[in-house]
Design a protein around this ligand. Sequence first.
Ligand code: SF4
Length: 399
Amino acid sequence: MDQAATDLQSVLDRAADGGRITPEEALGLYRSAPLHALGAAADAVRRRRYAGVEHIATYIIERNINYTNACVTACKFCAFFAAPKSDKVWVRDLDDILRRCAETVALGGTQIMFQGGHHPDFGVEYYEESFSAIKKAYPQLVIHSLGASEVEHMARISKVGVEEAIRRIHAAGLDSFAGAGAELLPARPRKAIAPLKESGERWLEIMEIAHGLGVESTTTMLMGTGETNAERIEHLRMIRDVQDRTGGFRAFIPYTYQPNNNALKGQTQATVFEYLRMIAIARIFLDNVAHIQGSWLTTGKDIGQLSLHYGADDLGSVMLEENVVSSAGAKHRSNRMELLELIRGAGRVPAQRATTYEHLVVHDDPANDPVDDHVVSHLSSIAIEGGTAHPELKLIDAG
Ligand code: SF4
């Protein structure tokens, strides 16, 4: 082994033993460590963290509910939004939203992700009304939704501070923030793909305020829009620094840019190897974030399964409805039975989890598996013209 390889291995060994690594060391590993060695070290970190339950990998059943596609922010990677005056704009009314919540409950879903554009008229009051109506009708549903960008926008519309906005929507029923809008936090790549969004520092500042108010969150990263490796590691550093102060990020969820129907026109994309390296380096570097989520939606089921060997402990969700990432080209679908098989194929025991990661059902005996073939992910099922609803499930029509 030459000196450079020896140095990389000694950093990997230190990380696998539970030591913290610097951003410079993370960049070195991300660029140059052999893929398998990187994955093995990340898996060692995961097993150490989850000693006793390291044989389990989790999933959740949820529904994304898109309340409007109108958006004033016009991110260049986004295939979902419509300019507010466009004839393509739609807004879902509260009765429709509540019916979608009813279906979610009927199918065993535990969480909804309320997700939409930055509508020019939707201030804090809109979210208060929506969340309180959902919680009144379905108190068992966890509202894990929105992120700092929506908070910034709604506070501006209502002319209040972000702290007041967070307090009010939390009181109305928001349980936790989904961490949407992190995209890429460093300034150069963020400006290139989302020039009208708040800065990465501001996004983190709002999340820090939320954590201080007792509203925890997950956090995300959009990979593959032309950012450098150094910028990817800087994104992780910015998250880790805030997490050292708040401890409020429950999970880190990287996903890959989808190239269809958006202004970036698919000029760059992350490869599956870059994605697996990111899962692994995140598990190693983010020693203060509990969970790393692998994604099958944007990278495919095989890569989702592999991510469980690269440090991921969770495989995301059966999404009973998804319209945002799928409208940019992500066409992978799955259902609960398939997710159980994927997890078992990785040598792990599947467990349905709650939003807060407690195990709700551990599927330790395949003979007792649920036989619910309606628990299926629907991509572009409703809101997007030409979407594909599962034929056996009478999902609500957009009209
Ligand atoms: S990503 Fe969100 S904020 Fe950006 S254009 Fe799409 S809907 Fe609007």
